[in-house]
Design a protein around this ligand. Structure first.
Ligand code: PLP
Length: 388
């Protein structure tokens, strides 16, 4: 009774699922503490104290109607405050609440956008390595994902992009800081990237939307800047989530903010309708009010930086080929084995769980998620250094 499309989709993800199942069995056999799991992008850091304070304040509020249905795009005052903040930070000059829609995290935001913009067969360009869900989201809304490889340092390969944009291209998704590579695109690179999009828009005489997926925007190291790409290109939509910056992925909150000059006059109406159509209706009321008080608050990023340094230094010294991540809580080293799966298997035998790069469109790599405790990291490092 399951649809063919869903059956195909669940078997396509099977390699990662097999790893997940085997990891689960290992945990049952040896106990959680004896299996070193580096697969999950589920941060173990607790949310900052300000989050609990804000939750407490909201629980004491007796706003008339706070917990009722609301307009689909979220509370007016929350959207206005976010727009104001985006202006102040130079992330989206000219934005007002009419350019902001609250969503169920970045995952919800991406689905709402894709549902709003895609007609069957429209192409969406995605750079590899990519967040695997992009493929499912694009297909679910009847689009066609077009994969563009990045350079060996995971920067955008603009020559490849040049070849892959066609008159059927509806949107290009970028994700910086990047899951899984940790790469942050520089201003120079983004300038060239948006210049190429502008050129293609002129060539095909149609808008090409840029979707900038930014759930790791604050998770950057060494005071690096994440350039405001949506301020650099009119036909852009920013996707944001507090899942990582506040360590609250289970509370499901994020937003879409789009450039006021976007060539899509009814964008807010379309996003609002798609929030309904997809059954999200609106983002959770309580958490909207909470995050609205915390626009400048994040978890302690230093903790991630320390973990990044420790793993990067150890793996590099051991001879792994690895690009130093500038942000996120992932590393994406090249597999030392010609056959990546053999390597992942060897790690698994020694109870270290990794995600094969196949899942991100890069079969010769593997992903480490280090949003976990130091003991797990140290134990896993012993094995990884040994396997090199
Ligand atoms: C690149 C990227 N985009 C989107 C998401 C979805 O995040 P959310 O929890 O906000 O739905 C993730 C989650 O890991 C991600 O890594």
């Amino acid at each position: 009774m399951i649809s063919k499309y869903i059956l195909d989709s669940i078997s396509r993800g099977s390699l990662i699922r097999i790893m997940f199942e085997r990891g689960k069995r290992l945990k049952e056999e040896f106990g959680n503490e004896n299996v070193y799991d580096l697969t999950l992008g589920n941060p173990i850091l607790e949310p900052p104290p300000e989050y609990f304070e804000a939750l407490k304040t909201v629980s004491e509020l007796r706003h008339h109607g706070l917990h009722r249905y609301m307009v689909n795009v979220g509370f007016d005052d929350v959207r206005a405050n976010i727009a104001n903040w985006l202006n102040q930070k130079g992330l989206l000059p000219g934005a007002t609440k009419e350019h902001v829609a609250m969503t169920i995290g970045a995952g919800g935001a991406l689905n709402v956008i894709l549902r709003a913009i895609l007609d069957p067969g429209d192409e969406v360009v995605i750079f590899a390595p990519y967040f695997v869900e992009y493929l499912f989201y694009v297909a679910a809304h009847q689009g066609k994902a077009i994969i563009v490889d990045t350079n060996s340092d995971f920067t955008l390969n603009l020559d490849e992009l040049d070849k892959k944009i066609t008159r059927r291209t509806k949107a290009v998704i970028i994700n910086s800081p990047n899951n899984p590579s940790g790469r942050v695109y520089t201003k120079e690179l983004l300038n060239q990237f948006v210049a190429l999009l502008e050129e293609k828009q002129r060539k095909y005489r149609k808008p090409i939307l840029l979707i900038s997926d930014e759930p790791y925007r604050e998770l950057v190291f060494d005071n690096i800047e994440v350039p405001p790409v949506c301020a650099m290109y009119s036909n852009s939509l920013m996707v944001y989530s507090w899942s990582k910056s506040l360590s609250i992925p289970g509370d499901r909150i994020g937003y879409i903010a789009f450039n006021p000059n976007i060539q899509a006059p009814r964008m807010l109406d379309a996003l609002s309708f798609c929030l309904r159509l997809l059954g999200f209706v609106n983002a959770p009321a309580t958490i909207q009010i909470v995050v609205n008080k915390l626009l400048d608050v994040t978890v302690d990023i230093q903790q991630y930086q320390k973990k990044r340094d420790r793993i990067f230094n150890a793996l590099q010294a051991a001879g792994y080929e690895i690009v130093k991540p500038e942000g996120t809580f992932y590393l994406f080293p090249k597999s030392p084995d010609k056959n990546n799966i053999t390597f992942i298997e060897k790690a698994l035998e020694r109870r270290v769980l990794l995600v094969p790069g196949q899942g991100f469109g890069c079969p010769n790599y593997f992903r480490i998620a280090y949003c976990t405790d130091d003991r797990t990291i140290d134990k896993a490092l012993e094995v990884l250094v040994d396997l090199r």
